[in-house]
Design a protein around this ligand. Structure first.
Ligand code: URA
Length: 210
């Protein structure tokens, strides 16, 4: 697994505001979207393209277009939904599938409660959106799901990660073409499975306590 941790003052600045407990939901949502667009720039570095020929007003030249099949973006519900707009802003032609995963707060184990994805992902590049890589349980289950359907490579984009989650993902995805793009790598997980220093519950901060 390739791991890329963003190293840019604008990303760190936006993350600092996200972490602040007094940041209201509306600002949190807007900043999440901006952060994902910045992270998506790095995450799509190896997006597949093919050469095309076009006419400029002056001459004929070559450029590139995104290859078929189009990239598939998969936000993990619920918190990953807050990252979707930021991603499709950068890749507007991507298709979007959905995976609903929830972790049991006592066992910390993930279960899938919703799925809307193409049956066949052969030859697809997939981008999974999940803001918090904590234990790694739901993200690795989501990645397994995509490879089982035939995906060729998977890039996960997370705002924050705990080292424990990165390690778990490394083990679970061994031998597979997986890239992890992070806004920051935090210190640790606490006894309740929260990332420290973290930003709290990303779903609650985006959408309120429901
Ligand atoms: N999920 C969150 O939303 N926050 C954490 O800190 C860990 C998991």
């Amino acid at each position: 697994m390739r791991v890329h941790v963003a190293d840019h003052p604008l990303i760190t600045h936006k993350l600092t505001v996200l972490r602040d407990r007094t940041t209201p939901s509306a600002t949190f949502r807007a900043l999440t979207e901006e952060l994902v667009t910045l992270l998506a720039y790095e995450a799509t570095r190896n997006v597949r393209v093919n050469e095309v020929t076009i006419e400029t007003p002056v001459t004929t030249t070559t450029g590139v277009a995104l290859s078929e099949p189009r990239p598939l973006v998969v936000p993990i519900l619920r918190a990953g939904l807050g990252m979707l707009e930021g991603m499709v802003k950068l890749v507007p032609t991507a298709e979007v599938g959905f995976l609903g995963m929830v972790r049991n707060e006592e066992t910390l184990q993930p279960t899938t409660y919703a799925e809307r994805l193409p049956d066949d992902l052969s030859d697809r590049q997939c981008f999974v959106l999940d803001p918090m890589l904590a234990t790694g349980g739901s993200l690795s289950a989501a990645i397994d799901f995509l490879f089982d359907r035939g995906a060729v490579d998977v890039t996960a984009i997370c705002l924050l990660a705990a080292p424990e989650g990165v390690e778990m993902l490394e083990k679970r995805t061994e031998g597979r073409d997986v890239t992890l793009v992070l806004g920051a790598l935090d210190e640790r997980l606490n006894e309740n499975g929260y990332i420290v220093p973290g930003l709290g519950d990303a779903g609650d901060r985006l959408y309120g306590l429901v």
